[in-house]
Structures are given as C-alpha cells and as structure tokens.
Write a protein that binds this ligand. Structure first.
Ligand SMILES: NC(=O)c1ccc[n+]([C@@H]2O[C@H](COP(=O)([O-])OP(=O)(O)OC[C@H]3O[C@@H](n4cnc5c(N)ncnc54)[C@H](O)[C@@H]3O)[C@@H](O)[C@H]2O)c1
Length: 265
C-alpha cells in the first residue's frame, strides 16, 4: 500500500495563517508531520494551529515576518534545536498589489519583490544550511499561474512570480547534488484574503474593474477553467505533500500547475 506518512517529519510553512498556506499546513499535519505554522499575522497562525490541534495534529503557531532575515534564521535555528532537523520548507507567504501597469509605483514593486521573491531566497538559504549537512530535505515554493503568463492588471505580482520560478529552478540545480529537491506549485485561482487590503480579493477587484456584478465575474472566470472550479488550499496542500514525499524523490527543479487546466505550459 502506498501512503503519505509524514510521522516524525518537521515542516515549516510560511504564510500558513492564510488560505493556501493554511490548507497546506492542515494536509501536512493530517499526514503526521509536526508543522510550524508561521505567519506575519500571529493571530491567524494561532487559529490554524488550534484547528490542527483540534483534529489531533501537531502544530506550533509562530509570528514571523519573512522579510526579516535575522528572524527567519533564528526560527530555523530554533526548529533545528528543538527537533534535530527541518525536513520540509514550504514558502507560501505572499502579497498581491493589483493595479493597471501604468498606475503602479516603484515602491509597490520593491515591496512585492521583497516579500514574494527576496524573502523566499532568505528562507531557502536558512533552511538549506541545515538540510545540506544532513543530505536530506524538500523545499516547495508557491508560485502562480501568473508565473506562466504576464498581465496588465498584476504586472508586478506576475514579475515576482516569474522571478520565483527562476529562483526555484536555480536553487534546485544548486542543491541537487546534496539530495535536496526544490520544486514549485502554480495554483490557479483560490478565494483567500490575498489582495483584501486593496478592498476585495481578485474576483471582487476584477468585477469592480469590469463593471460586471461579482457573481457574473465569478461565473465567467470559472468558465475559463476546464475543470470549472476554483482550487482549494487543500488542493495545493496535496501537491505539496506529494512533492515532499519519497514518491517524488526523482522530481526537482519543476513547477507543477494545480489550476484545473487553466494553464498547460
Ligand atoms: N489566491 C490565489 O488565487 C493564488 C493563486 C496563485 C498563487 N497564490 C500564492 O499563494 C500564496 C498564498 O496566498 P493566499 O491566496 O493564501 O493569500 P492569503 O493572503 O490568504 O495568505 C498569504 C499569507 O501570507 C502572509 N504574509 C504576507 N506577508 C508576509 C510576511 N512578510 N511574512 C510572513 N507572512 C506574510 C499573510 O499574512 C497571509 O496570511 C501567495 O504566495 C500567493 O501569491 C495565490
């Protein structure tokens, strides 16, 4: 029988107070892993960790700003000290600032690159310092359908996620000889709090921009997805779990679409 048994494994998931990261954390905990649920918003991380405890899983909520390099290194040092190792790093923390290209600003671009790209580099380096001597470890970066195709409305977001695709491939190449796998997942569309600070998630924003009612916009987007539904955090969690399992031991430097067929490249 093939199982995804992660008992004894230690996983750090960033952005795990959010919709996708929360789904990933739940799936890893259900498979038996001890999960560090890290997020800028400690209260959101705590809610997720409490849900995992209620299901009988192992989780610790951690307040972490991934752009603070020293804090990232300190957390990973502590995880190693407490458990003797870190097996999995899933980089899911991210932000979106959606605007037509000509209205977007340098500061917004810098911010989005800092959170979505540079901080992933920091997290990967910090974890790899622990994984390389053990010659074991798995890293999964959450990319996007926007890593595959540019966009006027989220040009800077898309640029950060294209960059993250390149970083994922490059780090994967750098550490393959150490028996460490580095892959990415490209989700399609998931209704989460991403972009909410701008007054609504992606569907609301596109609805306002087009002048179409929200339901009509949601329907139109779903019709553009071959499987006719948005993804869930757990859909992404299942792929992340597979990529961190021994079943995926010969997969590295890849970006896997989990988007109901919306992208095929
Ligand atoms: N929702 C989608 O349709 C979609 C599609 C493709 C890719 N993604 C990607 O999935 C990831 C998760 O997004 P989501 O949709 O779950 O959004 P979300 O807003 O629900 O979750 C993102 C989480 O990241 C956290 N975060 C933001 N900045 C941080 C920082 N500096 N340090 C630590 N945590 C920080 C937020 O507090 C939040 O909990 C992002 O990288 C996003 O780009 C989302």
């Amino acid at each position: 029988m093939i199982t995804m048994d992660m008992s004894g494994r230690v996983s750090l998931i960033t952005g795990a107070g959010g919709g996708i990261g929360g789904g990933i954390a739940q799936v890893f905990a259900r498979s038996g892993a001890k999960v560090y649920v890290a997020d800028l918003e400690y209260a959101d991380a705590k809610v997720k960790a409490d849900q995992i405890h209620a299901e009988g899983g192992m989780a610790e909520a951690v307040g972490l700003d991934v752009t603070r390099k020293d804090d990232v290194y300190a957390l990973i040092d502590r995880i190693e000290k407490d458990n003797g190792k870190i097996d999995h790093l899933v980089n899911c923390a991210g932000i979106a600032i959606n605007k037509p290209y000509m209205e977007s600003t340098d500061d917004e671009f810098r911010k989005i690159l800092e959170v979505n790209l540079i901080s992933v580099d920091n997290c990967c380096k910090a974890a790899l310092q622990k994984m390389i001597p053990r010659k074991e470890g798995k890293i999964v970066n959450i990319l996007s359908a926007s890593s595959r195709m540019g966009s006027d409305f989220f040009s800077h977001y898309s640029s950060s996620k294209f960059g993250l695709l390149g970083l994922t491939q490059s780090i994967g190449l750098a550490v393959a000889r150490h028996n460490i796998n580095v892959n990415g997942i490209c989700p399609g569309i998931i209704v989460t709090k991403l972009g909410e600070k701008q007054g609504g998630g992606l569907v609301e924003q596109l609805s306002k921009r087009s002048g179409k009612p929200r339901e009509m916009m949601e329907d139109a987007i779903k019709k553009s997805i071959p499987l006719r539904r948005f993804q869930s955090g757990e859909d992404i969690g299942h792929m992340a779990l597979f990529l961190c399992s021994e079943l995926a031991s010969n997969i590295t430097c890849q970006a896997i679409n989990v988007c109901g067929g919306m992208r095929m490249n």
